[in-house]
Design a protein around this ligand. Structure first.
Ligand SMILES: NC(=[NH2+])NCCC[C@H](N)C(=O)O
Length: 403
């Protein structure tokens, strides 16, 4: 149990994992249709019951290895028990630009009287116009929207808790998410970190309302050394602001900004590379020689010095103070490599150095990891994967032991 004697702290990707924030997918996935799935960032329509079973099995693997699992929905309900959080939750749910003043007022007053559990459900699964409380008289906004249109958008990507917040040392960075379908996740995580008792003393590393940055792009290469992917989601401005913030707080001495391709397949740095041991990564073979990095370090006068670009592996090893950052040689043929990269083969979650969780379907990548001495705990993800995210994307480590 996390308490004041064992506060949240994460200073690597691979230190023994002790506590993690996960989101068991819920009714928000039932909102996905062939008409809205692209916009909601899913590649197909998941079978929700099966996705929940797969997720339960994922959580069980973690618990079986001594990891405490905090589920986001539970955390949100707990947080909303505080009246200030409840008021902030109502504010976050109601978008007056969409509803107009009358409907917004009536929805606000309705939500103000619901239980924390009901408000949490609205914040996660959204609300259609048909589900709005019944009203007297005609409202233009009600009349002109289809009953199945969203009055409050659902958040199906809450599943990917990696992106909406990230712990760096003893501080949490609540993300400013790029895609419109995910922007409101920030408000949900803000409520949890401000009002859940586990996080009462949590300090923030980065303002949620600064430039875009997503946790899938943030990698803790070693204590004090961060790599930040810059691409579809995290901008150069986001990487620079986060670097300034961690330098100012003294929680990092080097930050690498790593340009990644602006494509759906490589939306975050962790889609092409994750750490499997203190000095080893699994990496999409095509990225191996093409990834580069700019190195940022703080200067004495409080500004940031930028160098590079240099090859990523060289810059990373130098910043980490090691001879070489090993790449597990998956040696896959380009077609298999591309298929397994798409299915999050490189998106592993380390539970300890040399022990990772991966999707079972990435047979070739997992076999190469095993040959290299990495224990792979395989989980099924046929439905979970339809949102394009693997074990690392679906987990936000809250506490890891130091290595
Ligand atoms: N860290 C990650 N790779 N996260 C994957 C997020 C997938 C999600 N559907 C999105 O497009 O945002």
């Amino acid at each position: 149990m996390i308490d004041e004697t064992t506060p949240p702290r994460v200073d690597s990707e691979v230190g023994p994992l002790r506590a993690v924030l996960l989101h068991r997918p819920g009714n928000e996935l039932k909102r996905l249709t062939p008409r809205n799935n692209d916009q909601l960032l899913f590649d197909s329509i998941p079978w929700v019951d099966r996705a929940q079973e797969e997720h339960d099995a994922f959580a069980e693997v973690l618990r079986g290895r001594g990891v405490e699992v905090l589920l986001l929905a539970d955390a949100l309900r707990t947080a909303l028990g505080d009246t200030r959080a409840h008021a902030a939750g109502v504010h976050a749910a109601v978008d007056e630009r969409r509803l107009g003043p009358d409907l917004a007022d009536s929805l606000r007053s309705h939500l103000s009287s619901v239980s924390p559990a009901v408000l949490a459900e609205v914040l996660m699964a959204g609300m259609t116009f048909e589900e709005l409380p019944a009203a007297e008289g005609a409202s233009l906004v009600r009349l002109m929207n289809h009953p199945n249109d969203f009055a409050v958008d659902p958040l199906p990507n809450l599943l990917f808790t990696r992106d909406s917040s990230a712990w760096i040392g003893n501080r949490v960075a609540v993300s400013s998410l790029t895609m419109p379908a995910r922007v409101r996740e920030t408000a949900v995580l803000d409520l949890i970190y401000a009002y859940h008792p586990w996080f009462r003393h949590a300090a923030r590393a980065y303002g949620a309302h600064s430039a875009p940055i997503e946790g899938g792009d943030v990698m803790l290469l070693s204590p004090g050394v961060l790599a930040i992917g810059v691409g579809e989601r995290t901008t150069a401005a986001g990487a620079e602001s986060l670097a300034r913030s961690v330098f100012a707080d003294g929680i990092a001495h080097t930050v690498l900004a790593v340009p990644i391709q602006q494509t759906r397949a490589t939306m975050h740095l962790d889609t092409v590379c994750t750490m499997v041991a203190a000095d080893a990564v699994v990496m999409y073979p095509l990225s191996r020689d093409s990834l580069t990095a700019f190195t940022m370090r703080p200067t004495d006068d409080g500004s940031v010095k930028v160098e590079g670009p240099a090859p990523f592996l060289t810059a990373a090893a130098e910043a980490m103070g090691i001879d070489r950052l090993r790449v597990i040689d998956t040696g896959l043929d380009p077609v298999t490599a591309e298929r397994e990269q798409w299915d999050d083969g490189n998106n592993t979650l380390a539970l300890a150095p040399g022990v990772v969780v991966g999707y079972e379907r990435n047979v070739e990548t997992n076999a190469r990891l095993a040959e290299a001495g990495i224990e792979v705990l395989a989980i099924t993800g046929s439905e979970l994967g339809s949102g394009r995210g693997g074990p690392r994307c679906m987990s936000c480590p809250i506490r890891r032991e130091s290595i």
